[in-house]
Ligand binder design. Structure first.
Ligand SMILES: C[S@@+](CC[C@H](N)C(=O)[O-])C[C@H]1O[C@@H](n2cnc3c(N)ncnc32)[C@H](O)[C@@H]1O
Length: 214
């Protein structure tokens, strides 16, 4: 049976600001728990306010590994003022730009998980370029344009260890359900021959690294 988060972790996840539905969150936590057994760090692209990070951090803590989470904390295109997912409460009034880092830090503090997470504040391709190690798990939930989704895949997928997991959020085969960039990256990962799909939960796809060739 898939590992379920402890009730206090599920409560912290549900209380956090963010975009991950519960069903997908449970699947994300189960995948992170499985991958953490490899003994390597878990990495997320797209921290936002820490909703999904809570689940990765709990899985990391339980396995004695570290969760890494990457975000420039200035928000994606669709989160900017005037766009569908904008939240004015995460704008820094002094400079007039989004800053989700303080809310993220409060989320982790409230969940009691600060010691299990390293927050990497910067642009995903730039952070990937200086991260030399292997990862047991990579969760892609950053920018949803082709440029950003491909940048995340190219930067981080090659660092997934053999047997590790690559998880992609917001994969919508039907354009009527949502943007297509994560779906195209999902297809690219499968076409590479390096990844095999092992589970589908709504828009969350879990792939295992089973080969080379990225
Ligand atoms: C959809 S939100 C992440 C949602 C989060 N995983 C959750 O569960 O609520 C996407 C995040 O990716 C970040 N982002 C977008 N493009 C990025 C890039 N190129 N580098 C770093 N972060 C990026 C945005 O700042 C935003 O916080």
């Amino acid at each position: 049976m898939a590992a379920e988060p402890k009730p206090e972790i599920l409560a912290a996840f549900q209380a956090a600001k963010g975009f991950m539905p519960v069903r997908e969150g449970l699947a994300l936590h189960a995948a992170a728990t499985e991958a953490a057994a490899l003994g390597l760090p878990l990495l997320e692209v797209g921290t936002y306010c820490g909703r999904s990070t809570v689940l990765l951090a709990a899985a990391a803590r339980d396995a004695g590994v570290t969760a890494l989470t990457v975000d420039h904390h200035r928000g994606s295109e669709e989160q900017q003022p005037g766009w569908e997912y904008h939240d004015p409460s995460v704008v820094d009034p002094e400079i007039g730009l989004m800053d989700t880092l303080p809310t993220f830090r409060r989320t982790l503090h409230r969940a009691g998980l600060e010691d299990h997470v390293v927050a990497l504040v910067g642009r995903s391709p730039q952070v990937a370029a200086v991260w030399g190690g292997q990862l047991g798990f990579v969760f892609i939930d950053g920018g949803h344009t082709d440029e950003h989704a491909n940048g995340d895949y190219e930067g981080w997928a090659p660092k997934v260890a053999d047997g590790g997991l690559l998880v992609i959020h917001d994969v919508f085969p039907d354009p009527a359900d949502g943007g297509q960039a994560p779906y195209r990256v999902h297809r690219r990962a499968l076409a590479s021959g390096a990844f095999t799909e092992i589970s589908v939960t709504d828009s969350l796809r879990v792939l295992r690294r089973t080969g080379t060739g990225i």
